[in-house]
Unconditional design. Structure first.
Length: 353
């Protein structure tokens, strides 16, 4: 701890990302990355962007990428915001739409960055406890509040809420912004984007990191009423007008345009997820129903912590959360069929001892 740190830096508990080890090669199933490479069209576009123009600032409005996303989702360009990954957009949203004197609501078992941002920006918040089946009790989000965040599907559970239930939630919170964090929506869920023109308090946030294989590029986007988007732009342009570089814009644009490849790899991941879920159940794991690119599992004969350690010793990384109510669970990213086959082999070996 430095004597130069202010009180906020001293007290904050930063978000802890998944391991990115460099000591040896692992089958990496711990950070929900896509096991398949980006589209070849994405790679070509990025290579073509590397040239003399790198001496110039990128387009601060990301106009070409904004147009492609708006066209894809049948929206106006004023209803699209581009950010440096969905995490940045979430941070901007906390600054733009939530006030210190009004309590915001989000699930207790969910993306831990929500709590980090709330504390970083000195916001009052209430954690809504998931029920015994790890479902989100939506009725508890319909009380008076200063904002709501619902991840759908949820992380780390992978559980999905149908859009009619979320639509009712948005309607019940007409005086506050409801953020639907759809980082994993492309793996079997239905997006709330279709309701953006109907509700001026609905903000949908997505990312290219998961279903479009671009975690290393750091591009996300928000979709919502033009006044919400203007609020995000006011925050962004008070911090850094150039959050997305030229190469990232070029690659992201092609990722949106190459819809065939996107559908091909998401279909593969969904198929693998369903297969490995059955394999895990065969090994007596409890597997929560997932609509994401991961599964959340526990076993009654071996603790989550010990299983995580033994898998790591066997060259397989998964995510373990040492937190109340989920400390016996593992979150396992869906890899290729070959990678998941090795995972099952290692689990069979561990459980046989």
């Amino acid at each position: 701890m430095s004597k130069f740190w202010n009180d906020k830096v001293k007290e904050i508990e930063p978000y802890v990302p998944g391991e990115q080890p460099k000591d040896k090669r692992y089958i990496k199933l711990n950070t929900n990355e896509n096991p398949y490479p980006p589209s070849k069209k994405v790679m070509e576009a990025m290579k073509n962007e590397i040239g003399d123009d790198l001496k110039l600032y990128p387009d601060p409005t990301c106009s070409d990428l904004t147009y492609e996303i708006a066209n894809y989702y049948k929206l106006n360009i004023e209803e699209v915001f581009i950010g440096n990954g969905s995490d940045e957009i979430l941070a901007f949203s906390f600054m733009a739409f939530f006030s210190k004197n009004k309590q915001i609501l989000f699930p207790d078992i969910s993306y831990t960055f929500y709590k980090v941002y709330a504390e970083l920006f000195d916001l009052d918040y209430k954690l809504i406890k998931l029920d015994e089946n790890f479902d989100i009790p939506l009725e508890e989000f319909k009380n008076e509040n200063g904002g709501v965040i619902i991840p759908n599907p949820n992380a780390p559970t992978g559980k999905y809420v149908n859009i009619q239930c979320l639509k009712n939630l948005v309607k019940a919170n007409k005086d506050s912004v409801v953020i639907i964090d759809e980082a994993y929506i492309d793996f079997g869920g239905e997006s709330m984007v279709k309701f953006i023109k109907e509700y001026d308090n609905l903000l949908v946030i997505q990312t290219l990191s998961k279903s479009r294989s671009l975690a290393g590029l750091r591009v996300g986007f928000a979709l919502g009423n033009k006044d919400l988007i203007e609020g995000l732009n006011r925050i962004k342009n008070s911090i850094n007008s150039y959050t997305i570089d030229r190469v990232a814009i070029a690659g992201a644009k092609e990722a949106i345009k190459d819809d065939d490849y996107f559908k091909e790899i998401t279909k593969k991941i969904i198929h693998t997820r369903e297969k490995v879920s059955k394999d895990l159940e065969r090994l007596d794991f409890r597997v929560l129903e997932s609509k994401s690119n991961f599964v959340f599992v526990s076993h009654n004969k071996i603790s989550g912590k010990l299983l995580y350690e033994k898998l790591k010793d066997n060259g397989v990384l998964v995510r373990y959360f040492n937190k109340d109510r989920i400390d016996n669970f593992l979150r396992i990213t869906i890899g290729t069929d070959e990678e998941m086959g090795i995972l099952i082999e290692k689990l069979e070996l561990i459980l046989s001892k």
